[in-house]
Ligand binder design. Structure first.
Ligand code: SF4
Ligand code: SF4
Length: 450
């Protein structure tokens, strides 16, 4: 299966205008500073305080960050992105705050403005820096706290603001809301695909994302075919289908919680025991790790990434696949949020093994895989385009060394960034989706009995 490149080009051409719809909140400079500071202080906890005081200035995090390695610019040293947060901590919360106030000044709106590039354009919150940090400092987690402060102060990139406001205000993304989603599904149903929409009761709730509805429809079709092949009791619900969470990406907590709650409510309404997240990197930790905290208690269902689900089905023997053949030389790009953040590492490899392809592991893979440079919403930020491309060059070099003809991944955002990066640099590798490969390899036989 292939991506409709014409559709993708139209999508890419629309991106420069994405921020036009953003409506920045009217705030004075003083209000912005006090709001950002209030958020930082509210979110800072004991673990972060220890982290902020633990840096031994070894520089390992710099050599792990694709933005620093891609540019050699010291402003992109990961730990330096936290300078403002650290100053707020030291001046407002640390035991020696009286001393820090003597020789440091309060943060300013100009510093917050300068910080926007550091916590949005040049950080995908990939967490690779923390993997190599001898002190285990959670830089990505604190970058997210900074994003929350910036979001509350109305100081986020216009593109993310527009998306967050659309999701928060209209429950739609790129103009796709529940009605448009239902329309798209009905078209697929008319083509003969069995997609059980809005079932009252189901064991499994499948979620999707606007990118799958608009661009990677084959991924949605593939998911439906696999679920039907396995004979599972599943549904897709128009009251809780959107897995992408622009509240999380922008740092705006209220929208993040509302987006998660829609899925929780839909799962509860149909009694789902499992919620499956589509090929979308940030959507998985958003639901798997963050949603319960926002909800205020454990979720009454299991959350699985689709790649994790497929790996389990293959490993258990329930899902048997035709070999696609060793003439297909492929490598795998581990999406940061699935592999490094969530431990979904072996499952996609079990699937690739079952697919019988010539699989070539990249150097520095799995939890240490290089980020593609487009995660955490960076793909949508126009001012980050050149920086992103420099980071993507690391990815190109990494893949080239394997001799693979194509890159398989399990995240739509990574796929978008690969497609865009390849288009910009004239790179000729195929970019494939794991779930689509599985659908391609489904045997023509009766469904497995569960
Ligand atoms: S989380 Fe990733 S992008 Fe952000 S500073 Fe660390 S290595 Fe760089
Ligand atoms: S790797 Fe850790 S200790 Fe070393 S400079 Fe970076 S944050 Fe500091």
């Amino acid at each position: 299966m292939t991506v409709n490149m014409e559709m993708f080009k139209q999508f890419a051409e629309m991106l420069p205008r994405l921020g036009d719809n953003a409506q920045p909140p009217q705030m004075t400079d003083a209000e912005r500073v006090s709001t950002a500071k209030e958020t930082f202080i509210r979110k800072l906890n004991g673990r972060m305080a220890i982290d902020l005081e633990s840096c031994i200035h070894c520089g390992h995090c710099a050599s792990a960050c694709h933005y620093f390695v891609g540019t050699d610019d010291p402003k992109y040293v990961p730990i330096r992105k936290l300078d403002l947060l650290k100053r707020v901590y030291r001046r407002e919360l640390s035991p020696l705050r009286w001393l820090h106030r003597l020789y440091t000044h309060d943060i300013t709106v100009k510093e917050l403005q300068e910080c926007q590039e550091l916590v949005y354009d040049s950080c995908t919150e990939c967490g690779r820096c923390s993997m190599v940090c001898p002190m285990g400092i959670n830089i990505a987690g604190m970058v997210n706290v900074m994003r929350q402060g910036m979001a509350n102060a109305g100081m986020i990139p216009a593109e993310l603001m527009a998306m967050e406001q659309e999701q928060g205000g209209h429950e739609s993304l790129f103009g796709v809301g529940p009605e448009q989603m239902k329309g798209a599904i009905m078209k697929l149903q008319e083509s003969g695909l069995d997609i059980p929409l809005d079932k009252e009761k189901a064991d499994i709730l499948i979620t999707t994302s606007v990118i799958d509805i608009l661009l990677f429809t084959d991924g949605l079709i593939a998911t439906a075919r696999i679920m039907n092949h396995l004979g599972l009791d599943w549904t897709l619900r128009s009251d809780g289908y959107e897995a992408a969470n622009f509240g999380l990406l922008s740092g705006y907590e209220r929208v993040q919680k509302a987006a998660s709650e829609r899925i929780i409510a839909a799962a509860n309404a149909c009694g789902a025991k499992t919620v499956i997240i589509p090929e979308c990197g940030h959507a998985y930790p958003s639901m798997r790790w963050e949603a319960a905290n926002e909800h205020g208690g454990p979720l009454p269902f299991e959350v699985l990434a689709i790649s994790e689900f497929l790996g389990r089905e293959v490993k258990s023997g329930r899902l048997k696949l035709n070999a696609l053949g060793r003439s297909r030389k492929v490598t795998f790009h581990d999406p940061c949020k699935l592999a490094r953040h969530s431990g979904t590492i072996e499952e996609p490899r079990w699937v690739l093994d079952a697919l019988g392809v010539d699989f070539r592991e990249v150097e520095s893979s799995k939890e240490l895989n290089w980020c593609c440079g487009g995660g955490a919403g960076v793909f949508l930020i126009n001012s980050a385009a050149d920086l992103r491309q420099k980071a993507f060059q690391i990815k190109i070099n990494q893949v080239e060394k394997t001799g693979a003809d194509s890159v398989v991944t399990a995240c739509g955002s990574c796929r978008l960034n690969f497609l865009n990066g390849a288009m910009r640099s004239g790179w000729d590798k195929g970019i494939e989706s794991l779930v689509e490969l599985v659908a391609e390899a489904l045997p023509e036989q009766q469904p497995t009995t569960h």
